[in-house]
Design a protein around this ligand. Sequence first.
Ligand SMILES: NC(=O)c1ccc[n+]([C@@H]2O[C@H](COP(=O)([O-])OP(=O)(O)OC[C@H]3O[C@@H](n4cnc5c(N)ncnc54)[C@H](O)[C@@H]3O)[C@@H](O)[C@H]2O)c1
Length: 319
Amino acid sequence: MDYRCYAKKIAIVGMGNVGSAFAYALMLRRLATDIVLIDLDLRRAEGEALDLRHGLPLVGPMEVYAGSYADCADADMVVITAGANQKPGQTRLELLQQNAGIAADIVRNVLAAGGRPVILMTTNPVDVLTRVALDVAVPLGLPPGRVLGSGTVLDSSRFRHRLAKAIGADPRGVHASVLGEHGDSELCVWSRANVSGIPVDAVLRARGLEPDAAFKAQMADDVRRAAYEIINRKGFTSTAIGVALCRIVEAVLNDQKSILTVSTDAEGHYGLPRVCLSLPCLVGADGVEDVIDAPLAPEEQAALARSGQVLFESLKNLL
Ligand SMILES: NC(=O)c1ccc[n+]([C@@H]2O[C@H](COP(=O)([O-])OP(=O)(O)OC[C@H]3O[C@@H](n4cnc5c(N)ncnc54)[C@H](O)[C@@H]3O)[C@@H](O)[C@H]2O)c1
């Protein structure tokens, strides 16, 4: 069978640490047949494309090339990883002003090419920039579900990893999520966490651990601080976010209807204001196709409301 008959095209805007780690993971996962690399620095995009292409004979048939916004016209997805990087000690919200203008320009350029791609925002502060992207894209005719942010997909993976290590179990069976802001106000959802259907508290106790408030606070802190720990050592994070982006892309390109904690318009859900943040979303070919409203424990609902308020305040800085 001709591999072009199921062609799927992805454009990546921003070929820095995150964009190149994502492109590499995407190539190895073979989720797309065409990968277009776009960056202000064209030579950097060309260098990445050449480097990746030399692996293709060992991976499989695929087109990987440096391009421009015109190449977004027939892209199924555009993943935005362009912008300033988080510096040691710098909070994500401090990146706000710097990256909002860049994000809005990129979305306008992508849609000016004439396509209707699903746009996946990664640049931080990702929830605020997802809101910025939505506010640019929707008036230009893109349905709101086709704009989403990577949100806490990575944080949820960190939470699951941390739990799996504590329990000493296969992380794939650990189902747990982080909701809210991808950042300091995010919340680990203990009330829904389970290991292969068994409530996580019961599994922890069975493994000799006491899931008391101190244990849970420590774990939530580890998850929240994970990015800072990595940035303090290697200067940036890239590899796991590249894998997380692949997971979201997989759900969209294969119309998997996966429930993922991507960042979406929260208005009308969980009593939240007009912000984007991570909620359990059904993700398929049309991007966010539904938001799953299901009761949280009262303290989790309150924490989600606080996270919504943090984002609402930071959006005011853009006005
Ligand atoms: N959402 C997450 O979970 C997550 C995780 C890690 C990093 N990030 C964020 O991803 C972003 C990128 O991080 P990085 O380490 O790759 O940064 P980087 O500095 O290595 O790369 C950024 C790239 O964007 C390009 N760029 C800048 N402005 C552009 C524009 N207008 N058009 C096209 N390209 C442009 C730069 O030339 C550079 O190649 C940062 O905002 C970072 O905070 C998000």
